[in-house]
Design a protein around this ligand. Structure first.
Ligand code: 5RP
Length: 231
């Protein structure tokens, strides 16, 4: 068996997701290196889509570069499909997302879609969410208080928060002008309750658990092919 590189697996699932795009329909587009392959494929479709609603400035630029008209989330009422990557996926299709810091807009666009097609390498499939550091977008003024809440471990949310920084040491600023805390040491056994609880904390913009906006379908790339899972 020929060993496929990580990028080849991403390309395979990114291209496979094109089969879920409905002709004539606007598509919701996520963010990341896997989605980048999906965007390339969208640009090459024989029947071009009328437009796409992206979840980040990065995907906005990538869509524009392949000639696809871009709409904001405010300009679409409903989407038939949203395609995005993930950092972890559990057996029920619950996700941890936000490794690329785009979680808030990703959740907004996902919430507009009838189906969320999640594309990822199979190793991201885990029994319980939490090995990947959970991204939480926060209002900067609330970062210390939110970090203390995680440290105190209330409501099964015990973890250590680290402010995400750029290579030059400055705090990373999201597309929405906010900060990201990455939370280590979690074991998220009840993603629905966890997401609701953390979203309630003052200053939390979005928690990177996607349980209320979980995947409908996952296309998981492995060396022996793509596994399709429906939730
Ligand atoms: C961005 C995300 C991405 O979907 C996630 O980080 C996976 O990215 P990649 O496809 O590059 O592995 O949530 O905020």
């Amino acid at each position: 068996m020929v060993e496929l590189s990580s990028d080849q697996l991403k390309q395979a699932v990114g291209r496979a997701a094109l089969a879920y795009v409905e002709p004539g329909q606007i598509v919701g587009v996520g963010t990341g290196t896997t989605v980048a392959h999906f965007i390339t494929g969208l640009g090459e479709m024989r029947d071009p889509i009328p437009g796409a609603a992206p979840s980040s400035e990065r995907s906005t630029a990538a869509l524009a570069a392949v000639g696809i008209p871009v709409l904001t989330a405010n300009e679409v009422e409903r989407l038939s499909v949203y395609v995005d990557g993930t950092d972890e996926i559990d057996p029920k299709g619950y996700l941890i997302k936000g490794g690329g810091a785009a979680l808030t807009r990703e959740k907004i666009v996902a919430s507009l879609a009838d189906r969320f097609v999640c594309i990822a390498e199979e190793y991201k499939s885990v029994p319980v969410l939490g090995d990947f550091k959970l991204p939480v977008e926060v209002i900067p003024e609330a970062a210390a208080a939110i970090a203390r809440r995680f440290a105190s471990g209330l409501q099964g949310t015990s973890g250590t928060a680290v402010l995400r920084r750029n290579a030059d040491g400055t705090p990373l600023i999201t597309d929405n002008g906010q900060h990201i805390l990455d939370i280590n040491g979690l074991k998220i056994t009840d993603p629905l309750a966890f997401e609701s609880a953390v979203n309630d904390w003052p200053g939390v913009v979005t928690v990177g658990v996607f349980a209320h906006q979980k995947a409908s379908i996952a296309l998981l790339g492995a060396p022996d092919g793509i596994r399709t899972v429906e939730f």
